[in-house]
Design a protein around this ligand. Structure first.
Ligand code: KG4
Ligand code: ZN
Length: 341
């Protein structure tokens, strides 16, 4: 099945083409430079950029897939979760394509995309991953942080989630406090490499073993109060240690909750996905955790499959198509910024 998928949920304009679970093309136009100066995403600036880029990105994705629109079986688009003005651009574009070319349309949940990004293959020869259910998935991104029990594809139980900021959002906010740009997570990762993670003492929130929720706003507040009277010079002098301390506090929380939930739910496989999983230090900590628990862990095999992309949206659509879950009334499909699993 040939699927053309679109994601404009945040600050990346993404279009991909899949043949079943094999990626034929995956094109991403990142707006990082546009938002760098603001220390975060400005939704209306992001929307304007999506409007400008969506058509050329669509054409590039089709061209790279070596298919024509006539060979595409269905169109998939992110319905939520995401920034409302941004979601609208992708949905309108997908609806127009579906109507003009008489294609079926599939509406996709962005978080399900991050979970199922682990099922994607780069080419036909790449072996199929042996993902056994139930699986426990950690998604950590700029807009969400969740622990999800995957009973089988399409059947999810959210067993923990952030009560305030998402993990990536916390990293972005800490970066902003230190006068660094956006996206903070990637900048903090680089600076942390030579930093001392014990430089600042930061709390481990919601410590109880049976509580699988996250909270990152207390970390950010503690960080803020510890450096608020520091001048720019002192912050710059200690930037590596500050970055390492904050990153380590965020990751300790992710790892300890994932571990507690895995011990409680006894999954057969661990999965992880989302922009924060692009971080090599976190990936290595997760691999150690999986060894300790003696459970196989899968993470997206390429950096650009961790951060937002449309291939993961096509992956969800592939399974939804098998269940016949198409949009019934295409013109009436609307965005759902707070869509839950
Ligand atoms: O999944 P994603 O691209 O978009 C959302 O769905 O939110 O995730 C973006 C988040 C940002 O908060 C960004 O700071 C974080 O992922 N991120 C990272 C890294 N690269 C991106 N966090 C830690 N280390 C990285 N290398
Ligand atoms: Zn995302």
């Amino acid at each position: 099945m040939k699927i053309l998928a679109i994601d404009t949920s945040c600050d990346d304009t993404c279009v991909a083409v899949l043949n079943d679970n094999q990626i034929l093309s995956n094109v991403i136009s990142s707006q990082t430079n546009l938002h760098h100066q603001w220390g975060g995403i400005v939704p209306n600036i992001a929307k304007r950029a999506h409007l400008e880029f969506i058509n050329p990105i669509y054409e590039t994705a089709l061209k790279r897939s070596h298919l024509t629109i006539d060979q595409i079986d269905c169109i998939a688009v992110t319905q939520g979760l995401g920034l409302s003005p941004c979601l609208g651009v992708g949905i309108d574009f997908a609806k127009k394509l579906a109507i003009k070319y008489h294609k079926k349309l599939i509406a996709v949940n962005h978080i399900e995309g991050h979970i199922l990004s682990n099922f994607l293959k780069n080419n036909r020869n790449q072996p199929q991953r042996n993902i056994i259910f139930p699986a426990l998935a950690l998604t950590a991104s700029g807009g969400h942080t969740q622990l999800v029990l995957v009973n089988k594809i399409g059947f999810y139980q959210v067993v923990g989630q952030t009560l305030d900021d998402a993990a990536g959002e916390a990293l972005d906010k800490a970066a902003k406090l230190m006068g660094l740009g956006y996206p903070g997570g990637a900048i903090i990762e680089q600076l942390s490499k030579t930093g001392n993670e014990n430089f600042l003492k930061l709390p481990l929130p919601l410590k109880e073993k049976k509580n699988f929720n996250f909270s990152f706003s207390g970390l950010k507040t503690s960080f803020y109060y510890q450096i608020k009277d520091w001048g720019e010079e002192k912050i710059i002098k200690n930037i590596n240690d500050l970055s390492a301390s904050f990153q380590s506090a965020v990751f300790n929380s992710l790892i300890s909750k994932f571990k507690n939930a895995a011990i409680h739910y006894q999954p057969k496989t661990l999965l992880a996905g989302g922009g924060v999983l692009a971080n090599l230090a976190l990936r290595s900590q997760l691999r150690s955790l999986a060894r300790e628990l003696n459970i196989t862990i899968f993470m997206p095999f390429k950096k650009e499959l961790n951060t937002d992309n449309a291939a993961m949206i096509g992956m969800v659509a592939y399974y939804k198509a098998q269940r016949g879950e198409y949009v019934k009334n295409i013109p009436s499909l609307d965005r759902s910024p707070r869509l839950s699993l």
